[in-house]
Design a protein. Sequence first.
Length: 580
Amino acid sequence: MNTSLFALRYWLLISAAIACALPLHAAELIRTQFLLDAPTSRGAVVARLPANTQAEVLERRGGWARVRADGREGWLRVLALRDGGASGVSAGGLLSALGKREREPRHTSVAGLRGLEIVPSRVSAHALILTIGDYWNGIPRLNGVIHDADSAALMARALGVPDDNVTALSDAALTQAGLRAALDGLEQRVLANDEVFIYYSGHGTRLQAEDGRDRRCAEALLSVDGEVLLDSELEQRLQRIAMKARRLVVFIDACHAGGVSVRDTGDQRFTGKFFAKAGAEPCERPVNVLTRALTVVDSAEDAGKGKRNFVHIAAARDNEVALDDGLRGGLATQAWLDCLSGAATDLDGSTGLSAREIQACAQPRIEQLASGHSRFSPHHLTLHGNLDMVLGSPDELPLSVEPAAVLHDIHANRDDRRVVRLTADKPAYTVKQDRVKFTLQSSHGGYVYLLMAGSDGKHFDLLFPNKRDQRNLIQANETWNLPRAGWTFRAGGPAGANQLLAIVSDQPRDFSSIGMRPAGPFSVIGVTPLAARDIQFVSAGDSAGAPPECAMTGAARSQDIAAACSEAYGADLITLMEID
């Protein structure tokens, strides 16, 4: 890992509302985008710019850049830009123009970094984008879906997926056979411990189906030819992918609303994303979310089965219509992209944005977008799986940090297929008297790190490895008693709760690079927003010091390389109480 990496500091801490005046730098659009008159997705459209349009970057504000393109000026998402284009400026040009640092430590659980080209993305991250707007056989058209395809590509970038690892298919390619082939191809590309993002925008439906001898109301995605991909089949396909991947994020912008016909909306701009198949009428319970698919990972029971490695985002509740805006795309997609790309607020002071926090930002935006339409009331995002999974980072770091929340984020982003157990020898420890002892077990071998957020709320401590004990490689199913000979850990006060996090990672982590200072045999750093983000970043893993083969993509990236370069980790988080 580059030891100077974390000496770089974010420009955005200079001001809570910074806007940088910058020299001109060249960039180009990765996807078709609206050029807007303000740095907000609700700004008026100045122009619609096709992919590969050349642009001059003038200013950066949060997740937006003011540009000059095609003879006009306006605002674009930073996510939609890549460096250079036809002008051939150096790779540092756009980094400087956007006011960012080349190796800014921005963390997400799916990909470890926000997916701008100004920070590295991960070759282990994959995206499959499926969008159907131009249906056959008289099925109503969804005019906004073409915009959803562009938005989903930016979501993939925000999740750290390299552009080359994005497969985007639409319309005629997505017959029933085409949907199956797309999921088969994804399953073949994904290697052990990879991260996966799946996006679908189109009609949902429901119909009677048979499971063995039982007849039930089945949920389904509607293919372009009017056939279906049943919930039971999708469940099986997601199960197979989930067994390989350590992170799976699924976003479905469709609906299953009983009795609602898209032919009777009375609104030419807004369309309900539901088509009633023949045989749907006997279904008594309309369902929007794909609940059968969620049985893989929606339960908290049975640690070690990967059930927290999954988050499913559905556009609406089980009795609601998800709306398509023919001019800008699905309301849920628009709102989620805004918040995922930095507009959400870090509510718990962890410096990360969880799925729950992004939902809290996106729902009011959906309500605002849908307001004033007498035919529809706003629909509600519905999330299942690990709602604490960190998917992004805010445009502005919080002014204060909650250290326990930082460790909670790291714990929430663990690979749940790996069971780590950290057990203290006592329920509480008397300050200045008791020594703390604990046992550590891990189902997988790896490198052990113990991080503590102390009861004073002022410091993060790296307790292990330390100056007196560097041997931190544990074997699978091994049990350790800690501290070992040569060091002790005493309750130092003040009275209160300490959070102790154990990480067991496939690859070593370098916490020495973030400015920790010695404190006896241990290392410590003060609780600041930058320190909190640095700790999250290092805990998630970093490819800066990885061997060259870890950057290989496509067919050159074998199972052996994926295993050798894995940044997966297991974790356990416990509370140590100190009493007077």
